[in-house]
Design a binder for this molecule. Structure first.
Ligand code: GDP
Ligand code: MG
Length: 596
């Protein structure tokens, strides 16, 4: 294909501003998806994506579109909108020349609108500003066109107004994409260089790799080489998604498509790597992307210990398709054998957990998630702590925690409430700007640990849902952090240890000890529950003793009834875990670890 007729673009937007719906309309208008095959969010293929209405994996689709008698090939790359998956957005952007910046005409610019816009600008993309949902009665297209034009420069009259729902304006948008976006440029006669921007495991076809060809050409049956590992593979199939995979006789400069080599593991076809011809390799690879870094760690344990091998197998399978997922085995005195798993964020955690339970039929306990800490001990050694139980026991010189820079957009009436919330989360205000007379952008530096868990829910409830949030990791800082342990009759229960700021240690201790007092049944003896920092006790509760004699209830000599009761008690014991002499029902662990 002649690069002059190719246009590569992506749609970027704040979550729910209508990317997937607009993509659906484009698929329909360009005729690549027949009316009768159309279903909402066509490109969101994973079940979980459909149910939650979010896009997780990026997808690329080729669509024909004619302008002034010339047939063009548009490659549309759909991008995820959630902050956990920002790294997927940046790879998609690197495969495009332009971006449609989509803004809900009833909402205006939101935090991820800005974050995505900045990413697109860093990638030197041409930006087409578009207001969506103009069919809504609450739409204020004039107001927000001015806001958008003010943000990116230009005339409010040039902001296109569309409705992904009714299709209004979508044809003009396709025309504008052809007219305004530059065609890709590259050297057709040079050795091939193709950037891997996604890599997906498919049960039937093995790994499907999505590439953007920059220079040269890739042809079916030739041998290709991965430039980072020097591994070579035969190209079994190469083609474009339109949107079903359609084999072609190769991909040239500027083209976006997929290829299949028969490898079974996405790590062998690494996102960000450059593919070249084995016979005539390129001298230099393309600039790659940064690997996604796990931000949040949690222990995952099978409720039934015998499911441990199945859990391992399930994680191995998920990993084939999720390069961001990292895990290693760990054991907990309380929970048995499990894995310490790293995630991009809480949504990622929830999705992985849900997939493990749903697709692999596992019942799991997950421990309270935590971020990564760097701890320097007295002898100047530094340990990376991804699990509170790794926190050094001796004297600690300093603890560093990861930080983020956060952007919050909201109507100005909520500024006070937002500032209060950020302050309570140890935030440091960096800037405050007015986007328009009634909308404010606040920038904060905050500890990651204060923002990843319930911050967004709090922010939403304090602003009646009007605030939006985006953040990115930015360095670390020394902080007054301690490890709080929970002890049952003097025995530490590793699954309940947590690393918290000193000012919050007490409330964590009180919360956990009182929760456990409710959850753990009385024993034959008194059981103290304590929270401690090192050897210092900061909170304490007591479970009073009972005489637990089930046989006492049975008067008379019904021996079979007595035996049945004994059997029942034994059964019950199987689901008990022993902490020292204390019997703790499995349910107590689960309930104590689930967020209230
Ligand atoms: P995404 O998160 O950006 O992919 O957004 P979706 O495409 O999933 O849309 C979010 C919600 O907005 C869905 O309920 C859509 O039905 C709705 N929506 C999308 N586009 C329009 C539009 O043009 N008009 C109206 N009224 N609703 C829309
Ligand atoms: Mg979507």
């Amino acid at each position: 294909t002649d690069p002059a007729i190719i246009r590569n673009f992506c749609i970027i937007a704040h979550i729910d501003h209508g990317k997937s719906t607009l993509a659906d309309r484009m698929l329909q208008l360009t005729g690549v998806v027949e009316q009768r095959d159309m279903r909402a969010q066509y490109l969101d293929r994973m079940d979980i994506e459909r149910e939650r209405g979010i896009t997780i994996k990026s997808q690329a689709v080729r669509m024909p579109w004619e302008v002034d008698g010339t047939a063009y090939a548009l490659n549309m790359i759909d991008t995820p909108g959630h902050v956990d998956f920002t790294y997927e957005v940046s790879r998609s952007l690197a495969a495009c020349e332009g971006a449609v910046l989509l803004v809900d005409a009833a909402q205006g610019i939101e935090a991820q609108t800005l974050a995505n816009l900045y990413l697109a600008m860093e990638n030197d993309l041409t930006i087409i500003p578009v207001l969506n949902k103009i069919d809504l009665p609450a739409a204020q297209p004039e107001k927000y066109a001015a806001e958008l034009a003010n943000l990116i420069g230009g005339d409010p009259a040039d902001v296109l107004k569309v409705s992904g729902k009714t299709g209004e304006g979508v044809e003009s948008l396709l025309d504008k994409i052809v007219r305004d976006l530059p065609a890709p440029v590259g050297d057709a006669s040079a050795p091939a260089r193709a950037m891997i921007f996604d890599s997906v495991y498919d049960t039937y076809r093995g790994v499907v790799t999505y590439v953007r060809v920059v220079d040269g050409k890739l042809s079916p049956r030739e041998r290709i080489q991965m430039m980072s590992t020097k591994a070579s593979h035969e190209l079994l199939e190469i083609g474009v998604s339109s949107p079903e995979p359609t084999p072609t006789n190769g991909l040239g400069v500027g083209e976006v498509g997929y290829l299949i080599t028969g490898v079974k593991d996405v790590r062998q076809s690494k996102v960000g790597d450059t593919i070249t011809n084995l016979a005539r390799p390129a001298a230099e690879s393309l600039a790659g992307y940064a690997d996604p870094k796990p931000m949040v760690f949690s222990g995952l344990y099978p409720i039934d210990g015998s499911d441990y091998p199945a859990l391992r197998e399930a994680l191995d399978k998920l990993k084939l398709n999720d390069a961001a997922l990292v895990y290693e085995p760990e054991t907990s005195a309380a929970l048995g054998f499990g894995f310490r798993v790293g995630f991009l964020g809480l949504l990622h955690l929830e999705i992985v957990r849900e997939r493990l339970e749903r697709e692999f039929n596992l019942d799991l306990i997950s421990t309270a998630p935590n971020v990564i800490y760097e701890v320097t001990t007295e002898d100047k050694k530094t340990v990376t702590v991804t699990n509170p139980s790794e926190f050094p026991t001796g004297k600690v010189l300093e603890v560093r925690e990861p930080m983020v820079s956060a952007t919050i957009l909201a109507p100005n009436e909520f500024v006070g409430a937002i500032m209060e919330l950020c302050q309570s989360r140890r935030g440091d205000m960096k800037a405050m700007d007015y986007l328009s007379e009634d909308r404010v952008e606040l920038r904060y530096r905050l500890p990651l640990a204060e923002i990843v868990f319930d911050f967004f829910d709090q922010l939403k409830s304090k602003t009646r849902g009007y605030a939006s949030l985006d953040w990115k990791a930015e360095g670390e800082q020394v902080a007054d952090l301690v490890k709080v342990d929970i002890l049952l009759q003097g025995e530490q229960v590793d699954a309940f240890s947590a690393i918290t700021h000193k000012d919050k240690a007490y409330s964590y201790g009180v919360m956990m000890t009182s929760k456990l007092r409710e959850l753990i049944p009385r024993q034959q003896f008194e059981v103290p529950i304590q929270a401690a920092i090192g050897s210092r006790i900061i909170a304490r509760e007591n479970i009073r003793a009972i005489r637990k004699d089930v046989l006492a209830k049975c008067y008379g000599g019904d021996i079979t009834r007595k035996r049945k009761l004994l059997e029942k008690q034994k059964e019950g014991k199987k689901r008990m875990k022993m902490v020292g002499r204390v019997e703790v029902p499995q349910e107590a662990f689960i309930a104590a670890l689930s967020s209230e």
